[in-house]
Ligand binder design. Sequence first.
Ligand SMILES: Nc1nc2c(c(=O)[nH]1)N[C@H]1C(S)=C(S)[C@@H](COP(=O)(O)O)O[C@H]1N2
Ligand SMILES: [Mo]
Length: 489
Amino acid sequence: MNRQALTDCLARATVPLAGGAAAITGSYAVVGGSPAFVAAPIANATVTLAPAVLVTFAITVLGDLGSKLAYGGGLAAAAVGLGVVVAAVRVAVNRLGRPLAAPVAVAGGVGIAAAALSGSAASAVGAAVGAALVSTVVDLGGTGDGTADDSRRAALSGAVAVLFGFLALGGRRVLATDDSDDAPEEPVPDDVAALLAEAEEKSFDVEFLEPLVSDHFYTVDIANVDPRPSREDWSLRIHGAVGEETTYTLEDIESMEHEHRFNTLRCVGESLNGRKMDTALWTGVPLMDLLEPADLQGEYVMLRAADGFYEEFPVDALETGFLAVGMNGRALPREHGSPARALIPGHWGEINVKWLTEIEILDEPATGYWEERGWHGTGPVNTVAKLWAENHLEDGRIEVAGPAYAGTRGIERVEVSTDGGATWADAELSEPLPGDDVWRQWVYRYDPPDREHEVVVRATDGLGTLQPEDERRAYPNGPSGWVSKTISP
Ligand SMILES: Nc1nc2c(c(=O)[nH]1)N[C@H]1C(S)=C(S)[C@@H](COP(=O)(O)O)O[C@H]1N2
Ligand SMILES: [Mo]
């Protein structure tokens, strides 16, 4: 293809692409980043259907960038898909010799495609309006046939799509006063406030160190657009190898006796000194209170969720499990699994299933979502001491600090070396918080040598076991090794 032909081709593709882009912005303007967003099913499929190696690379090497790229890829695919609809409809209308009918036909075609994808009329209307607008303006702006006209239409369609995007998204910001999906903030109950105050008091006053109850709790989702099960529709079904199949509604759960628990979560796919480890105060009910009436008979359990996620593990781990409906004194936020998620103490984050809908008891072991992709993330966490804060104090000393975590084994000791591991000293540990599965903080201050030096940190768990020194990357068993960092005086 020569250059001119390529330019023409691109120019012609621009109108449908601009239409597709306007369609997804139109949908977003109406329904936001909810499951009704027209790009949601496509964006989510990019993760679920992607080859395991690619997903692992995205998680371990690209981290958050990986999920942004996946989301971006999904958005692009949705724009192209709807663009194909725009193109097909416009070609058909022109063949029929009814160019004036194009906007109506485009609105209809895109609307139907968007409704099929999103299952939402509002979302479809937003998409249809966006695409039809681009189509209309392009037709009004065209003067006749020919190549010069093609590039002119291309420029016009791009400009309309961008302008529409600004207006639609701007309008959404102005009109949607509360863009968050979470319940309106209610005052934090006294008992929760007291526990949060205790955590604040026990947190070290160290700059750049996350407090014992995390300010920002990480998220890991297979879905680019999280589910949003409505409170009314949500239920938790306990079935499979049980004596008595049992279903709970949210009302059932809310009428039960609630507890508050500090619990740390850590993702098996994070890097050794990474940030996918956090702690919150969770409110909910012990899983056993829900499971006892069901009379469990199998050895294994599969937890299933509204986003299509599922994880399997031995049923014993449910004994200390918890169903959380609240977090830090508020309703469980959508990104952390509202209305209810599982917490399985001491285990890697992945079996702490969010948007939990089913507990299926099994006679035989099965394979969970991440295990199908090669991970071994259903067991207990590895011991770690992280180095998150490095401060040069006014008195000339250096202060290093971080969290240490070993699941239900607990942390007994953290040691620091400032000479690359030749000699060691004990770090100061924060007072333990109540609970069996909570991290602690460590801090160490020292007079630095007047050259670059290597600081190494290592933890000993509550069973007296020193964490292994050898560095292993996250895939497939979770990161392991001693964290070290080169520090300049
Ligand atoms: N339904 C569902 N539950 C899920 C996930 C998910 O993608 N979907 N991710 C899991 C993983 S890999 C981790 S590490 C934790 C993270 O919990 P958080 O997002 O609340 O930090 O949730 C787990 N539960
Ligand atoms: Mo995870």
